[in-house]
Ligand binder design. Structure first.
Ligand code: VG1
Ligand code: CO
Length: 543
């Protein structure tokens, strides 16, 4: 086939953030914008002739356009086979699994995750490597470098293919295979968990609601929960993936999944409420009248993971991102396994998982996962909860109380200030950074600072160093505040303030989180002058 070389010039700012390149759809619609980025990926990873590439996305607006183009470009760049989810759909964890299962050299995941979708909203492209996980910083850095010098991209002359028809079609010299996006993933879940025990609980009256938020998990949740596990039709709500997610933020938190929260706090609450995000890697867990923070969920799942058949006797270690609460650390200590503290973003878990040093990992941002894939996995977390509840025969609330009674409770909240001016955000972070050396010994109300630093991570497997991963203020009583700027936003800056305080088993373990964290909230304002720098008197989102 004829390979066509299209001349181009670099675009500013094609820097992958916490999870890929994310921009407004309008930015991606500029001629050559997506092509430049994708070609930069191919130029960096240099696929072996005949290599396999996986392509899939969360079904948001602009997905199909970019997929058609990426298929032609893959063919021109020497890939022999391109595996695409039907309709262009693959949840992020499903894409990770498909990459691993079919021995692909990597994959393109088209998503802006929990960010809204539609012509005026967000789009994103992420490259995952052969282990199924997000490319490490060495790769994303090289891709960013390449976007600054790129002068051509490669394609083949070929028409768009029918993305909705399962089967194989040639494009240039490559074979394009359209696969069922759900089947492989559903089989994997069935191999990990005790579906028989869950089915039994369902037939004995266990109820749940899963809110797919009109995003990618709808088909997966219906096939697994309603199909394989026997939950009644209607258990999955908002189950059709929509290009604009019905105009909502597909972000499973108490603000954007408020309808689910309200149901779970009402008299009609089912036993379990759960939700996932745009691309299916996040999870929200709410029991009847009991919200579980993602940090607690990680700890509770780790403490009980060996109940699930595929994890019996093989919890090797636990990893959490630095801003995630230390609840998981107490479980690791209790079980005698190591715990690792990584920077924010799933790419930092890949080496630990590949080396077998951890079995489960998680982030405070509603991400939990294990060594079954190399991404966080929303439905996996829901199924692990179901497996544990079904086998133990207790409620979410009972499990939480039992956990806190044994390990104590890490009260935790994250305050987000979204879409603030970039200069203000920078001034705020610079201000704290300048004060860091002076903070130890300073008092804020009853709190005294013990240690304050900028978090730097040395990967224990390959020795790579990632500096400036968040500013930490650690108080002498064990509580802490972390300040970070988001790396996934597309407009201005987003400040994240993470607040945490530990309460021992015999302490006040069933109190209101906001009240318990009030001293830390006041200290955060005193240390960072948030109101002055952001012009906001309160956070936009509290999770
Ligand atoms: C956020 C979360 C982080 C998560 C990332 C990608 O990043 O804080 O924990 O890994 O989103 O998740 P940031 O840089 O905005 O804080 V997803 O579901 O958006 O791929
Ligand atoms: Co996501």
């Amino acid at each position: 086939t004829q390979i066509v070389t299209v001349p181009t010039t670099p675009f500013e700012g094609q820097a992958p953030g916490t999870s890929g390149l994310r921009k407004k759809v309008k930015v991606f619609q500029q001629p050559g914008y997506a092509e430049n980025f994708i070609q930069s990926v191919f130029d960096v990873v240099q696929p072996e002739p005949g290599a396999v590439l996986v392509i899939g996305g969360d079904g948001r607006f602009h997905n199909r356009t970019v997929i058609q183009q990426a298929i032609r470009m893959a063919a021109a760049n020497g890939y022999g086979r391109v595996i695409v989810g039907q309709g262009g759909i693959l949840s992020t964890p499903a894409a990770s699994h498909v990459i691993r299962k079919y021995g692909a050299s990597g994959g393109l995941v088209l998503s802006a995750s929990h960010n809204p979708g539609g012509p005026d909203e967000d789009f994103g492209i992420k490259y995952n490597i052969a282990n199924g996980g997000p490319a490490p910083e060495s790769v994303t850095g090289a891709v960013h470098g390449r976007t600054g010098t790129i002068d051509r991209w490669l394609t083949v002359e070929a028409d768009d293919i029918d993305l909705d028809r399962i089967g194989e079609v040639p494009v240039g010299a490559a074979k394009v295979q359209i696969i069922d996006p759900v089947a492989d993933y559903a089989d994997l879940m069935e191999a990990l968990f005790d579906f028989a025990a869950i089915r039994k609980a369902v037939s004995s009256g266990f109820t749940m609601r899963f809110d797919a938020m009109s995003a990618v998990t709808g088909p997966y949740a219906k096939a697994i929960l309603e199909g394989r596990l026997g939950f009644p039709a209607g258990t999955v709500v908002n189950g059709e993936p929509l290009e604009d997610f019905g105009g909502h933020h597909p972000d499973p938190n108490l603000i954007h999944a408020k309808a689910l929260y309200d149901l779970m706090m009402s008299a009609e609450a089912p036993d379990l409420g759960a939700a996932s995000d745009g691309d299916g890697d996040r999870n929200l867990i709410i029991g009847r009248h009991r919200f579980i923070t993602p940090s607690d969920s990680l700890a509770m799942l780790a403490a009980n993971i060996e109940i699930a058949p595929a994890y019996r006797g093989r919890l090797s270690g636990i990893a959490r991102s630095m801003p995630t609460s230390a609840a998981a650390d107490r479980v690791a200590e209790g079980l005698g396994v190591p715990v690792f503290e990584t920077p924010t973003g799933w790419k930092f878990f890949g080496n630990l998982l590949d080396a077998g040093r951890v079995t489960i990992c998680g982030e405070e941002s509603a991400g939990t996962g294990s060594d079954h894939v190399r991404e966080k996995d929303g439905l996996w977390a829901v199924l692990l909860w179901l497996n544990i509840l079904a086998v133990r025969g207790i409620s979410v609330d009972e499990l939480a109380r039992e956990h806190w009674a044994r390990y104590g409770r890490n009260y935790y909240a994250r305050h987000d200030y979204e879409g603030i001016a970039s200069e203000g955000a920078k001034a705020l972070m610079d201000g704290i950074t300048a004060r860091l050396p002076m903070l130890p010994g300073s008092r804020f109300g009853a709190l005294t600072v013990g240690q304050a630093d900028s978090f730097s991570y040395t990967d224990p497997v390959d020795g790579s160093v990632s500096a400036n991963q968040g500013l930490r203020v650690l108080f002498e009583d064990g509580s802490r505040i972390v300040f970070r700027l988001s790396g996934t936003g597309t407009q201005g800056a987003t400040l994240r303030v993470y607040l945490e305080r530990y309460e021992p088993p015999l302490g006040d373990i069933d109190a209101d989180t906001g009240t318990m964290l009030q001293p830390q909230i006041e200290a955060a304002e005193a240390i960072a002058a948030i109101a002055q720098h952001t012009g906001r008197s309160a956070p936009d989102v509290i999770t």
